[in-house]
Design a protein around this ligand. Structure first.
Ligand code: TYD
Length: 204
């Protein structure tokens, strides 16, 4: 089973992804869960992640292609082997990030990006959590936490477009994408996620 977690920086998804990983592992047994992230979730992925977050890319397509390279290797080296072993894979960001940030955010053509996804044969997640949070609330949380990466430090209008992208993706595919109200406190969020994840795992 392949579960992805999506949302803008500051939405709380990383904390929840870790908590769900611990919860599932306690239920399913040691080694049953793989927790990973994009960009950079494979042995040499840190290098690509550094380039992406440092922000010295000039060509308008470089960022997109680096995310795709990162995903191809992440899938081949990490995600697919784990799925083939029957493990539950939890991934912090995946294809919906590329659509929300590069298509809606940067304005690259969605159809071309999706054609590349098809060509790369990226598997579709079984379940995706979208942590919905207004950019202003996320920005407030981040200010308390201290700093953002380059992609997220883009202007507010950019993050509004990213959130609009997630919203559109959720409306199109609400059977896969589950919208989580990320303005709630950590314990409430965890309780909702745990319920949905448990139902999904048990349905399998
Ligand atoms: P990261 O530090 O992992 O952010 P977070 O903790 O919010 O997940 O930074 C990843 C950044 O890369 C984040 O700003 C979203 C962006 N991103 C894209 O623009 N496209 C993508 O396909 C992916 C995977 C991430």
């Amino acid at each position: 089973m392949f579960i992805t977690f999506e949302g803008i920086d500051g939405c709380g998804k990383t904390t929840q992804t870790c908590r769900i990983a611990d919860y599932l592992e306690s239920r399913l047994g040691e080694g049953a869960v793989l927790l990973t992230q994009e960009p950079g979730g494979w042995p040499q992925g840190e290098k690509i992640r550094e380039i992406l977050l440092a922000g010295h890319l000039e060509h308008s397509l470089s960022e997109l292609f680096l995310f795709l390279v990162d995903r191809c290797e992440h899938l081949s080296q990490v995600i697919l082997p784990a799925l083939n072993e029957g493990r539950v894979v939890l991934c912090d960001r995946y294809t919906d990030s590329t659509l929300a940030y590069q298509a809606w955010g940067r304005g690259l053509p969605r159809a071309r990006i999706e054609a590349l996804f098809d060509w790369c044969a990226f598997p579709r997640p079984d379940l995706t959590f979208w942590f919905a949070l207004p950019p202003a609330v996320a920005a407030e949380r981040l200010k308390r936490r201290g700093g953002t990466d380059r992609i997220e430090s883009a202007d507010d209008a950019f993050l509004d477009r990213v959130v609009a992208g997630y919203e559109a993706l959720w409306r199109e595919d609400s059977a896969r994408i589950c919208r989580i109200d990320a303005s709630r406190d950590e314990e409430h969020l965890f309780a909702s996620l745990r319920l949905i994840v448990t139902e999904t795992v048990e349905a399998r």
